[in-house]
Design a protein around this ligand. Structure first.
Ligand code: SAM
Length: 341
């Protein structure tokens, strides 16, 4: 059996204060999703693709966590029957306890090894799941076969740099903008995502996020893409205690200033797009040659073999960082041991 990367603890999910907990950010995201600051993507999806009840008969919810989204799709009568899986037994138990009489089937599975019957679903829903998948190519291939030819794949996901390893220029912009903010909103805990800590906390986080769109387009036609940016604002607002402590009247204009700069820098490609809402349809059967599919699968297996040799990193730079931190840790331990001898 293939050894895959799965989360070791679900406690890292649904924690902390994220930028999208702020009403101003919700409006900003809605505007970018749908052109209407009061319309979230799920409402947009329902209005355009499921105007009458139970348009979709059997939908799959990827890595569904505590199950809020499958419950919402059932409650809104977008889908008749939901199939939902996750790796975390704790989150599955929570989802099961909140299910009530809804027609949702939960099960535990690893997205890296899962399989489905051909044409089993007419809808697949991904909310922040694909950026946790190690064997992304394999999964997307499996999903394309599991979807009926006229089925839909709706996504909202993090598509930014792999393992949140932002470029020097990007991070310099974020840091400089933070320095210029009034002190009542300046992020005091702003720090670059530390790769060794990221791997230790959740080795699945953003594992191949930067490859989601490209890999998806091998097996699906992406018919719509609505980027919601975040390259600046996500960093300045997420886990920023000061912002969340401000009175709404004081907060509003300051947050809006950050968001308008986020929009500007994203449009000018000065910071990467971190989040996107996009819709895809499976490519026609046999349109991807068998030998091409085989090549993609082989490439992916090789990539993961190399990553295992590089201590879980997919880049040489990442590997050097991990080695350096391992050495520093060993030297520190030696120093402590010497003190006691
Ligand atoms: C960011 S959360 C999103 C959860 C849910 N989709 C939502 O929107 O609330 C990522 C989820 O992916 C799950 N996950 C991560 N790696 C997985 C894997 N290899 N197989 C199945 N689930 C996985 C986690 O347990 C977690 O519930």
């Amino acid at each position: 059996m293939k050894k895959t990367i799965v989360p070791s603890d679900a406690k890292v999910y649904y924690q902390g204060q994220y930028w999208n907990d702020l009403p101003e950010v919700q409006e900003y995201m809605c505007q970018n999703f749908t052109g209407d600051k009061n319309k979230w993507w799920t409402t947009d999806f329902q209005e355009r693709f499921a105007p009458s009840p139970f348009q979709f008969k059997r939908a799959l919810f990827l890595c569904d966590g505590n199950g809020w989204l499958s419950r919402e799709f059932i409650d809104k009568k977008i889908v008749k029957q939901a199939v939902s899986f996750d790796w975390s037994a704790d989150l599955l138990a929570e989802a099961e306890s909140k299910k009530g009489k809804r027609t949702i089937q939960y099960f535990q599975a690893d997205a890296n090894t899962i399989s489905f019957k051909a044409g089993e679903f007419d809808l697949i829903v991904n909310n922040a799941a694909l950026h946790h998948v190690q064997y992304l190519n394999r999964l997307l291939y499996i999903l394309s076969n599991s979807l009926q030819p006229d089925g839909l794949f709706v996504n909202f996901d993090y598509i930014g740099p792999q393992r949140n390893q932002y470029s020097f220029w990007h991070w310099r912009r974020v840091f400089a903008f933070n320095q210029k903010l009034p002190s009542k909103i300046q992020h005091e805990g702003l720090h670059y995502p530390h790769l060794p800590t990221m791997l230790a906390t959740d080795p699945t986080e953003a594992i191949h996020s930067d490859q989601i769109l490209e890999t998806m387009s091998r097996y699906f036609d992406i018919t719509e893409q609505h980027d919601t940016n975040g390259g600046l604002a996500y960093h300045l607002l997420t886990h920023n205690k000061k912002v969340f402590a401000l009175k709404p009247s004081e907060r509003r204009s300051l947050v809006k200033k950050i968001l308008s700069m986020d929009q500007k820098l994203s449009v000018e490609y000065k910071v990467p797009i971190l989040f996107s809402y996009f819709i895809a349809k499976p490519k026609k059967q046999n349109s991807v040659p068998k030998h091409t599919i085989k090549r993609y699968l082989t490439q992916e297996n090789l990539r993961e073999k190399i990553a295992r040799l590089l201590m879980g990193s997919n880049t040489l730079m990442g590997f050097f960082v991990l080695v350096a931190f391992r050495l520093i840790a060993i030297l520190r331990i030696k120093k402590i041991v010497r003190k006691f001898l």
